[in-house]
Design a protein. Structure first.
Length: 271
């Protein structure tokens, strides 16, 4: 299994870096990335595509931009007409906070991933935040979330449960239209910022064919859902990479305006 995390917030690309990255994706993806209003969103979108394409290229020795990617109605990405060596390869991406994350597996029929930064929204207190989300979790899950001794740990528990639910529905390809109250998690204990013992119940029944791998990275929760489960427990931490690790194509995109349009954007709203 390939697990990658990339800290997009700390990357201030040079023109050469941005144009090399742009030449690693295809025309449609470049256009979509250029349409984002803020640098943060453009960088995270580009990071997700780079992680997919560079991984596929390294697994096959083909050019990263040669792969045709599409999305199911739920938004789950897939590889169109994969080569035989990738016929069983499943992958998923997520981005939030300071990071983009990727998982890929040749041995799983479904994989989903979610990453979230453990933080309160601006000008929101914990009780108000929880109140807005009260219908997303079962009574048992809320008892687990609120059972932590401090507000900081309660917030961590909240995002932990949220990432578990998101990764599950992304893995099965339904998105959030799958009723979140139908899913209930019995979380395991973290050991060295990792956990692979969490269980999921759907409509009150244990789903033994799903495995969840949870990681804490720099105040972010990263969760992977996969089926069938790994034969051995995989607590190996995701590899935190740099943008340079993803640049397979050393030839820069030949439209300098593409960097200029990116560089004139604000990093975040309100900055």
């Amino acid at each position: 299994m390939i697990k990658l995390a990339l800290k997009t917030s700390s990357w201030s690309p040079t023109p050469e870096q941005w144009l090399k990255a742009a030449n690693t994706v295809n025309t449609i993806e470049r256009k979509r990335i250029a349409e984002f209003m803020f640098k943060r969103d453009a960088k995270q979108s580009l990071a997700g595509r780079l992680m997919i394409r560079s991984t596929l290229a390294k697994l096959t020795s083909l050019l990263p931009q040669s792969f045709v990617l599409d999305r199911e109605k739920s938004g789950r990405p897939y590889l169109v007409n994969p080569p035989d060596s990738l016929s069983t390869f499943r992958f998923n991406v997520s981005h939030a906070g300071d990071y983009a994350a990727f998982v890929g597996s040749l041995n799983s029929s479904n994989v989903g991933i979610d990453i979230m930064k453990v933080e309160l929204r601006r000008n929101t207190d914990l009780e108000t935040f929880f109140g807005h989300m009260k219908n997303q979790f079962t009574n048992f899950e809320w008892s687990t979330i609120r059972g932590a001794p401090s507000k900081k740990e309660q917030l961590l528990n909240f995002y932990r449960h949220w990432c578990l639910k998101e990764s599950f529905v992304k893995g099965i390809g339904t998105g959030l239209k799958f009723g979140l109250q139908r899913i209930e998690f019995r979380v395991g204990d973290f050991v060295d910022d990792a956990c692979a013992t969490t269980q999921v119940y759907v409509d009150g029944c244990l789903e033994p064919d799903y495995q969840f791998q949870e990681h804490v990275i720099d105040n972010h929760i990263m969760t992977i859902a996969l089926t069938p489960p790994c034969k051995t427990v995989d607590n190996e931490k995701p590899r935190v990479i740099q943008f340079e690790d993803l640049i397979v194509n050393e030839v820069p995109y030949q439209e300098n305006q593409y960097f200029y349009e990116f560089n004139r954007k604000q990093e975040l709203p309100g900055l």
